[in-house]
Design a protein. Sequence first.
Length: 313
Amino acid sequence: MSGPYRHLFGPVRSRRLGLSLGLDLVPPKVCSFDCPYCQVGATTSKTLERREYVPVAEVLAEFDRWQAADGRADCITLAGSGEPTLHSRFGDVLKGVARRSSLKRVLLSNGSLFSLPEVRAAAAQADVVKGTLSAWDDESFRAVHHPHASLVFADFFEGLVAMRKAFGGDYWLEVFIVPGRNDQDAQVRQIADLARAIGPDHIHLNTAVRPSADVTVQAVSHARLAELAALFTPVAEVAASGRPADGASGGHVVGDLTERLCAMAGRHPATAEEMAAALGMELQAVISLLAQLVADARLKAEQRGGAVYFTAA
Ligand code: SF4
């Protein structure tokens, strides 16, 4: 019995994680931030309220069903339509997955709740934890992330430090560069100094290669990211162009194909090539389906940086 799934998506192939099964624990778009570069779209519920947005039992039952029907991935990644640590029982989800499978568990977070001991304890159930550091003071924090009004940069930073101390697994920091807000050498040096004090295992430099919540947000060039990467210790890794690095197939279709294409495009703008790679399909077949979905006004196509991205209509 296969799909459709309400909380699982993909798997999608990712350069760093291999074949990654996504798990969405909050509805779109519940987040503590409203980053102008967000690929999911504008935050509709900017909150710090932690609650069981979706029932843990339902999520784990869906995971059991996926394992029985599809079951092939390298890792399971808590990410998706908002901030996963806002789910009050995300640690129980990680524990439940660990009891059921040997999949690597990955938590992609903005780190805004790492100042809470209970969130750090739950996050430590993952094998890989990613937080975000793209600012150096309160003013830049607000410019880059539009955080919830109660969040203060100093506490946020201390939370990232405390998470490092509490976590023996693989700790990643993402630094998102937004032109005009945090892309000057002096600004990035300040971020790099703070990152050094945190001591992550890896630092990833990223920029808005896909359509963003705020359409005026542009990407910096790959060459500029490479220059900035050298300011970090350890030297930052420059994120890929947004396309899967190896372009390999091997993803497994979860649920009805048309619905999967709509779901993928609804979560993150994606190219036909990315969807074909994620679904293990011939590119031409995906292009035909996408053309039909655009004609039916279920998806729309947008040009960005020489590529065509598909998003929800
Ligand atoms: S990029 Fe992440 S942290 Fe920022 S608004 Fe989107 S989901 Fe929230």
